[in-house]
Design a protein around this ligand. Structure first.
Ligand code: PEP
Ligand code: MN
Length: 295
């Protein structure tokens, strides 16, 4: 690794490649994040109702998702917006897991809620607004649940890696990094998707990286393209917002895909995911015959 990166990320020594042998593969239920399989996490921004969550869970499961996302404790920009169902939302997530076998990722916002959320979630999400809350990170780490650590909207890569280091320092190696877009001078989109950041994280750290095209774009029309860019940049999976009726969603409807949109996104993603498999070209006849033609 370049010395300048080592210097820049000096506060996160254990996160960097070389700090340990091989990549971190995070076990979750019957699969793993950071291994050969590309992991799709999908679901509504917020858990709203039983039928909303269960129908979404079933749909994303059938389309190939492994993890159901859904916020029960919601950080929102407006103090007057919906802030989540709390415990009732966690119970609905557990019911959806039972019905589908999907793992559950959901956000925890306060260190006081860590034991409760950890009781229901397979993966604890630390949101963008909480990325630098070290008290929360320490408590979440001690729960021993895998942590999905979202990059703060104004956090540098070094800031993100420092937060990951806090989790490792507290005895939890199972950290999944998430690029969800950052604030820049460009106002056309909600955030600017930092694809280079994903490539850099994959090149400098041993941790799995997930791309969140929904919060990066803020616009459902751009989500499939950003998801493909995430795969090409080397992400180990995507986190995508899906809702049965996005225009009526209680939060982030403008960036949520409906069921057909999600199925289309998955179909468009498939060839890109196949390219991640190093054996893909070796298994194709046309590679050999093309070479013969040239010779
Ligand atoms: C979310 O995942 O719904 C969320 C609130 O994300 P972020 O913390 O990235 O804004
Ligand atoms: Mn959201």
């Amino acid at each position: 690794m370049r010395e300048s990166w080592q210097e820049r990320f000096a506060d996160a020594p254990d996160v960097l490649i070389g700090a340990r042998r091989g990549r971190t593969i995070v076990p979750v239920r019957d699969f793993a994040v950071g291994g050969d399989e590309f992991i799709v996490m999908a679901g509504p921004c917020s858990v709203e109702t039983e039928s909303q969550l269960l129908s979404t869970a079933l749909h994303v499961y059938k389309a190939g998702a492994r993890v159901l996302r859904g916020g029960a404790f919601k950080p929102r920009s407006s103090p007057y917006a919906f802030h989540g169902l709390g415990l009732e939302g966690l119970k609905l997530l557990a019911r959806a897991r039972e019905a589908t076998g999907l793992a559950v990722v959901t956000e925890v916002m306060s260190e006081c809620d860590v034991p409760l959320v950890a009781d229901y979630a397979d993966i604890l999400q630390i949101g963008s607004r909480s990325m630098e809350n070290y008290t929360l990170l320490e408590e979440a780490a001690r729960s021993k649940r895998p942590i999905l650590l979202k990059r703060g909207m104004v956090a540098t890569i070094a800031d993100l890696l420092r937060s990951a280091q806090v989790i490792l320092d507290n005895g939890n190696p199972n950290v999944i990094l998430c690029e969800r877009g950052i604030r820049t001078f460009e106002p056309s989109l909600r955030n600017t998707f930092d694809a280079a950041g994903i490539a850099l994280l994959k090149q400098t750290t041993h941790l799995p990286v997930i791309a969140d095209p929904s919060h990066a774009a803020g616009d459902r029309e751009l989500v499939p393209a950003l998801a493909r860019i995430g795969v090409a940049a080397g992400a180990d999976g995507v986190l995508v917002e899906v809702h049965p009726d996005p225009d009526r969603a209680w939060s982030d409807g403008e960036q949520s895909l409906d069921f057909d949109g999600f199925a289309a996104m998955m179909a468009a993603l498939e060839p890109w995911i196949a390219l991640r498999n190093p054996g893909f070209f070796a298994g194709l006849d046309r590679g050999a015959s093309a070479l013969e033609t040239v010779e």
